[in-house]
Design a protein around this ligand. Structure first.
Ligand SMILES: [Zn+2]
Length: 1001
């Protein structure tokens, strides 16, 4: 069968062909517009010509005359750019324009044709071809993760990447093409059925009959009869219990990855052009596209395609999904970042399309934080589709359709496509796997099948639609219905009364390096998240109290730039050098713009004149300055001493005592107030350890479990000294290891229960992981890690395979470990990767809990220079801390307290009295009404009664959703408010007319 297809029937589709003429112009450097390209001189090109520097763009003019005898028959222009058959996407691509400049269709390895109007005398297209280099080659079906200079334009060189093939005008035999789909579907179906199945034999007999009437030397004349022989088996309807696949056209286009952001803009345009072309031909096609940013790029770059897309939206065929600005990572972004992902994306969809059905859509992000269900729901997303957890290497997730419940008890109806993929080709094998793999059989019998080539592969194809049509109602196969995700969920809600519940995070048992790779990108993210909080806080204060314009436009633009960089291959550190270099530049620019918003707001607020006030951007009081307010600080009492004793350096402030050994590690940390040793018994804290870190695949993504066996202490000392700095005492030790150096600083501050550490590393290691560890004298089965608007627990032991698999996990600003009545928090300013383990035993030095922060790696793929150079990591150990202390210390460690010159005190705009409720965000309302917004959350995981107050004259205060729409009646602030555990509440404060004097800018 395969031989007959390959040798005779596939070639018969092109009944005849004539060569096309090709001329070209190679654009120097970055892409140019259609109009610019056409102003240049195109020169002749021939098959066999090498073309295309890495990341270059070549404009081709391709034309052919239609032979007289073909007029009135179907022809296609086949353009051979030099495609690699092995991969869809990840290589050369093109988009074809009519001579008028209108984008018509893309050229992709699996879709190399351009339409020719029946009856035309000739055909001509202008093709914008992108010679994107192959960075992830496939050899014998295996991906090859080899370091390559091609990911950075500075090192990519100029060597042509592709060779032009024989572009031609082809006369198409549609009968042969249809026969191929019949034969492929039936032969694959027969293969998928058990040998004893009668249906299998029925199909095999029909296939034999079909091939018997087909003359392989004259497919054109005999294909009709060959198809006729298959009609009966193709018409045999599916059995009543057949699984139903709600298939939806899709293309997973990574917003940046093995290509820069600018190329994604073009990938989106090419894919959408294909989709619209296919929609014109096939009325059954529905297409789901995520990422508002990708729509916005298209709107800007190709208004013609965007108009056509909007018309298809109006017909219910082109479906925006997801509602996020990009398909973000959802482990590392802050709570407010995830809010803005959803709000910014959803507002865009509402503005451009009106009423868009809300379905959460994150098929490819690397694990899903337990805070996400609540955030999704508060933005109006009650339904969620993902898939990535099928990549787990240890445990198989038990459900495909289930309630996913977050830390606060919010549930979203969640579905994993049981095909274990988001880019099916709608092969019989994919369909059969989706049906057999489905975990919730008996309760419900349908799943979603997203199909289409992603990442520049071109999206759904006519071949996929043909196969889907044949499997719509076919005995032996699941039923394939092209339909929308919304229809899928509507049906599931009717059919599945009581889905099982999965509580907490959906941890991806894979890709554990993503919390650490490209440390500078992560640092940029954490830093700007903190600055957004600060800039919006002070700009709101300045608007409300000093009538200063609120920088709506600037903040919106800056948020959009940062939201893009939270994409699930950028913030995780898994993109090429080009992407990360750009990200670092963007963060630096955003940071300086945010700082100037902060500074101008503070000048407006605190007024001129002398004074040494502090603007405290943390929601918690510090140095006597209340949270979110400006006033004069109270100088902290107490002193710190540093002295040497028995070969140890002792730093002591009466609250904590730190003993530092000659090797510069902390051999004793004592909480003097509670007379408790936190590090002792021969353990060493602040110990740097370096590990071999050579994952078998997916370098930047993975830390393989075996790394643990390869650790070496970094404890040799180059020099060491004590530095006394007013109310602080520091011990500084300089180290050298491998090709790198490190300087570690241990600081004790007067009156503080927190020991601060700064580790500066000049990192020149590859395939190495640097961690810092604190073996804490605490026995606990679990540890808490800060996540968005709350925290989540993981175990310190390895009882089950699920526990064992979480050997590296994400935390935001802090982790907390404790015994009843006593705990310790470890705080950080930019680190996400942590491992927390139970070590030792009662019989050998006692049980300890080792808290380890992963500081830096040096993966070589896809960026061979990842992480090289200087990094500064700050972290701290806070003794005698409960969760409340950890939350406060996390804000204090990262949020600025700025000195301001003016002397005018400024109270917080809003505050809660009582325990546990934290105001995370204060901002002006997006609708520019002059109202301001306060977003708060319960931070301890407990039910709280609190008193809410605002310090300005307000007409009304009420709850809103994340889109800032009212969801309750006016609140009576003389009454206390209730927060449930980890509840997020957003309040809108309407100012009285007296307060609302000016319109914002
Ligand atoms: Zn992806």
């Amino acid at each position: 069968m395969n031989r007959t297809l390959t040798s005779y029937i596939y070639p018969a589709v092109e009944a005849a062909s004539v060569a096309a003429e090709c001329t070209a112009w190679e654009a120097p450097g970055e892409p140019v517009s259609f109009a610019t390209a056409l102003r240049n001189r195109f020169t002749p090109r021939s098959p066999g010509d090498a073309w295309g520097a890495p990341w270059g763009t070549t404009w081709l003019s391709i034309r052919a005359d239609v032979p007289v005898e073909w007029r009135g028959r179907r022809t296609e222009l086949i353009v051979e750019l030099g495609f690699n058959d092995e991969m869809e996407g990840f290589q050369v691509e093109g988009i074809a324009y009519a001579e008028s400049g209108e984008a018509v269709k893309a050229l992709n390895p699996q879709s190399r044709w351009l339409p020719v109007e029946v009856g035309a005398l000739d055909v001509a297209y202008i093709v914008e071809a992108a010679s994107n280099p192959v960075l992830l080659p496939k050899v014998q079906d295996e991906l090859v993760f080899a370091p390559t200079p091609l990911g950075d334009p500075a090192t990519a060189g100029l060597r042509p990447q592709y060779v032009l093939g024989n572009s031609r005008l082809a006369l198409v035999d549609e009968g042969a093409r249809a026969l191929i789909h019949d034969l492929e579907v039936l032969s694959e179906l027969a293969r998928s059925l058990p040998a004893e199945s009668a249906r299998r034999w029925e199909i095999l007999v029909a296939l034999e009959a079909s091939l018997n009437v087909l003359d392989v030397h004259d497919v054109g004349a005999t294909s009709r009869a060959a198809r006729q022989a298959l009609v009966a088996v193709l018409d045999q309807p599916a059995v009543g219990s057949a699984h139903i696949l709600n298939a939806i056209g899709h293309a997973h286009i990574d917003s940046a990855w093995l290509w820069p952001l600018r190329e994604t803009r073009r990938k989106v345009a090419r894919t959408v052009a294909n989709v619209l072309q296919l929609m014109d031909e096939d009325p059954d096609l529905l297409y789901a596209m995520s990422s508002a940013q990708q729509f916005a790029w298209l709107e800007e770059d190709h208004p013609d395609l965007f108009r056509r897309l909007s018309a298809r939206f109006a017909e219910g065929r082109f479906l925006p999904v997801g509602g996020m600005w990009v398909e973000s990572d959802v482990n590392m972004p802050s709570g407010e970042s995830l809010v803005r992902q959803l709000v910014t994306g959803t507002r865009y969809f509402e503005e451009k399309f009106g009423d868009v059905a809300k379905v959460g859509w994150l098929p490819d992000s690397f694990g899903y934080s337990a805070a996400l269900p609540q955030i999704l729901k508060l933005a109006g997303y009650h339904r969620f589709i993902t898939q990535k957890i099928s990549w787990n290497t240890t445990n198989k997730f038990p459900h495909h359709t289930f309630w996913w419940e977050g830390i606060d008890g919010s549930r979203v109806l969640t579905h994993f496509p049981s095909a274990d993929m988001y880019n099916s080709n709608v092969t019989v094998a994919d369909v059969a796997h989706a049906a057999s793999n489905f975990a919730d059989k008996g309760w419900v019998n349908r799943s979603v099948l997203p199909f289409g080539f992603g990442d520049g592969g071109g999206g759904p194809t006519r071949e996929m639609m043909e196969r889907a049509a044949r499997m719509r109602d076919l005995e032996g196969s699941a039923r394939v219905e092209v339909s929308s995700p919304v229809k899928f969920f509507d049906q599931v809600e009717q059919e599945f009364a009581d889905p099982q519940v999965w509580l907490g995070e959906m941890y991806l048992e894979f890709h554990r390096g993503i919390y650490t790779s490209q440390a500078r990108t992560k640092c940029g993210n954490r830093r700007v998240e903190q600055l957004f909080r600060e800039a919006e806080l002070w700009a709101t204060q300045a608007r409300v109290r000093a009538d200063q314009d609120y920088p709506f436009h600037a903040l919106e633009r800056l948020w959009q730039e940062v939201l893009v960089l939270q994409f699930h291959d950028v913030l995780p550190g898994t993109s090429i050098a080009w992407v990360h270099n750009e990200a670092e530049q963007t963060y630096a620019r955003v940071e300086s713009e945010l700082v100037s918003i902060v500074e101008s707001s503070l000048v407006a607020l605190s007024g001129p004149g002398p004074g040494a006030s502090i603007a405290n951007a943390s929601p918690f009081a510090r140095s006597g300055v209340s949270g979110h307010s400006i006033s004069t600080p109270v100088v902290r009492d107490g002193a710190v001493s540093a002295h040497s004793s028995d070969g140890l350096v002792i730093l002591d402030n009466g609250v904590v005592r730190v003993a530092i050994a000659e090797d510069g590690t902390v051999v004793e940390l004592t909480d003097l107030q509670r007379s408790r040793r936190v590090i002792s018994n021969g353990d060493r804290g602040n110990l740097l350890r370096i590990y071999r870190d050579v994952p078998t695949k997916w370098d930047a993504w993975d830390i393989d479990a075996g790394y643990r066996a390869t650790g070496l202490d970094v404890d040799s000392v180059v020099s060491a000294r004590i530095e006394e700095r007013g109310s602080r005492c520091a011990f500084v030790v300089d180290r050298a290891f491998g090709s790198s150096t490190a300087s570690q600083e241990i600081v004790v501050t007067a009156g503080s229960a927190q020991v601060d550490f700064t580790t500066r590393v000049d990192w020149h290691e590859r395939d190495r992981l640097l961690k810092v560890e604190f073996p804490l004298a605490l026995s606990t089965e679990r540890w808490a890690a800060e996540t968005q608007f709350g925290h989540t627990y993981r175990t310190t032991h390895t009882n089950t395979s699920w526990d064992t698999a979480k050997f590296e996990a994400c935390a935001h600003r802090w982790v907390h470990v404790g015994e009843p009545g006593y705990g310790v928090a470890v705080i950080n300013d930019r680190t996400y990767g942590h491992s927390v383990r139970r070590v030792g035993s009662r019989d050998s030095g006692g049980i300890r809990t080792s808290v380890e922060l992963s500081l830096v790696r040096g993966p070589r793929y896809p960026d061979p220079k990842a992480d090289q150079g200087a990094h500064t990591f700050r972290y701290a150990v806070h003794v005698g801390a409960d969760i409340e202390d950890a939350v406060r210390a996390g804000y204090e460690f990262t949020d600025s307290a700025r000195e301001v010159s003016g002397g005018t005190p400024v109270p917080a705009l809003a505050e809660f009295r009582g325990r546990g409720v934290v105001i995370d965000t204060v901002k002006m309302a997006d609708d520019r009404s002059g109202d301001f917004i306060v977003r708060a959350y319960e931070s301890l995981g407990a039910r709280q009664e609190v008193q809410f107050s605002v310090s300005v004259d307000a007409d009304a205060v009420y709850d809103v959703d994340l889109l800032e729409n009212r969801i309750c009646a006016d609140l009576d602030l003389t009454q206390s408010l209730t927060f449930s555990p980890f509840q997020i509440r957003t309040f809108r404060v309407e100012l009285s007319d007296a307060e609302r004097n000016f319109e914002g800018g």
